[in-house]
Design a protein around this ligand. Structure first.
Ligand code: UD1
Ligand code: CA
Length: 447
């Protein structure tokens, strides 16, 4: 079978009022990625050569978001929103000259992946993705006559018999572009909502002798988000699937239900992730690394044999080499740590590099910010940074160099040198003893 060119129209012009949020609904994240981006990912995964997102005039942020990712040509504005059929027609101009199959999806259905959608392209008439609903509620009902999908009836228009049908419309529908737009030209709005229903094209296609059918997907995969509680439910489903994927790939997670993953979290087989770990976007953990409890990791790379946490924070640009150790209450941002380097306790390493095998003492701070600009701290290989050192960037600590505990280091330290940047200790023999007995006597005299 030859595959015809594919295009996607992603509907995202709804108001999303039930989210009760200043953020437009489709920009709410699931797994750390906007729901709309999940929908675009699915369209790209299907090999769609054209993708058009239909946005409302009420939220220009959505159009801006799409423009950043796909270019301005991918945005179609529907103003005012007069229904799903009307929304698809708003994308017609953007698809001018396209000859192939079009799939319509929603920007607020974040769990639907390319694999779930692909079967809609198998026919040459109108195909929709249906699902068996636990609670069909307000979903459109699929009226099936054997293999043929005779019609989709919206809940508000349905008879009691039709309402009893549990086969429902997910909203995903595909058809050849010319057929789809031709049918939509004939859809009216004489219905309960006074809207132009996309779903009406099914009966029109069937009456005109085109094949119409439904393919079925799981209810979880087609779940739509309309309110915060549904967003949380989608997040829970997303996490469940991602955790199962990682466990199946050989990641050890003794309490997977406490580990939070991002859409792009990569963890290699044989890595261990202890309970209560949070991954933000952009984390790459090699097999054989160990992430201990209560660590927060985003935009960071961790190599094999490295150990992070408990209670560590890796921020974007943290790049931990093999056998590196980053311990409790250590924050690392934009610092590459070479093989075997250690920062075991209570430190901030921001903007710089730590050479192979270096030891960063407890309480060390890379003072990277002067209030205006960020500067780098370079620590050479085999260096030893004494506890509570403040390394004031820009500064370079040479290979095999040391800093004394409590030092404030403002100048470069040559290879192999010891740098001390602290007040010299003074000892006054007997002073404390004399002072204390004088104070005791004074207090006794007072009463
Ligand atoms: C729609 C389907 C219904 C299906 C359900 C699945 C129609 C007529 N009904 O109903 O059969 O069971 O989805 O969730 O298609 N949108 C626009 N412009 C508009 C109206 C909607 O872009 O003018 C977008 C919304 O942002 C949303 C999607 O289309 O992403 C669905 O709209 P919604 O109003 O939620 O449709 P339902 O009534 O739920
Ligand atoms: Ca809906």
């Amino acid at each position: 079978m030859t595959t015809r060119p594919r295009a996607a129209i992603i509907l995202a012009a709804g108001q999303g009022t039930r989210m009760k949020s200043p953020l437009p609904k489709v920009l709410h994240p699931v797994g750390g990625r906007a729901m709309l981006d999940h929908a675009i990912d699915a369209a790209e995964g299907l090999g769609c050569e054209r993708i058009v997102v239909v946005v409302g005039a009420h939220s220009p942020e959505v159009g801006a978001h799409v423009t950043r990712r796909l270019g301005a040509g991918a945005v179609a504005v529907q103003d005012p929103p007069l229904g799903t059929g009307h929304a698809v027609l708003a994308a017609r101009k953007a698809l001018h000259g396209f000859d192939g199959d079009v799939v319509v999806t929603y920007g607020d259905v974040p769990l639907l992946r390319a694999n779930d959608i692909a079967p809609v392209f198998a026919g040459n008439g109108v195909t929709v993705i249906g699902f068996e609903a636990c609670d069909p509620a307000a979903y459109g009902r699929l009226i099936l006559e054997g293999e043929t999908l005779a019609a989709i009836v919206e809940a508000k228009e349905a008879s009691p018999d039709q309402l009893a049908v549990t086969a429902c419309n997910s909203g995903v529908l595909a058809a050849p572009a010319d057929l789809l737009f031709g049918l939509l030209d004939r859809v009216g709005n004489a219905n309960a909502k006074g809207e132009y229903y996309l779903t009406d094209v099914v009966a029109l296609a069937r009456d005109a002798g085109h094949p119409t059918r439904a393919v079925f997907a799981g209810e979880d995969a087609v779940m739509g988000v309309n309110a915060q509680a549904e967003l949380a439910a989608a997040e829970a489903l997303f996490q469940k699937v991602r955790r199962e994927d990682l466990l199946a790939a050989g990641v050890r997670m003794p309490a997977p239900e406490t580990v939070y993953l991002s859409w792009d979290t990569e963890i290699g087989p044989g890595a261990v992730v202890e309970p209560y770990v949070m991954f933000g976007p952009g984390a790459r953990i090699a097999g054989g690394a160990r992430i201990r409890s209560f660590s927060h990791i985003e935009g960071a790379v961790v190599a094999a044999g490295a150990e992070v946490g408990p209670y560590a924070r890796l921020r974007p640009g943290a790049d931990l080499g093999p056998e590196v150790k980053v311990g409790n209450f250590v924050e690392v941002k934009n610092v590459a740590m070479a093989r075997g380097a250690k920062a075991n306790h209570l430190a901030y390493l921001g903007d710089g590099a730590v050479g192979e095998g270096s030891n960063i003492g407890a309480g060390t701070i890379f003072c990277n910010y002067d209030g205006f600009n960020k500067h780098r701290t370079e620590v050479g290989p085999g260096a030893f940074i004494g506890s509570n050192s403040a390394l004031v960037a820009p500064v370079r600590i040479g290979a095999g160099a040391m800093t004394g505990s409590g030092s404030v280091i403002t100048e470069d330290v040559p290879d192999g040198a010891l740098a001390l940047g602290r007040a010299r200790q003074e000892v006054r023999p007997g002073w404390a003893e004399r002072f204390m007995s004088a104070m005791r006597a004074r207090k006794a005299a007072k009463g």
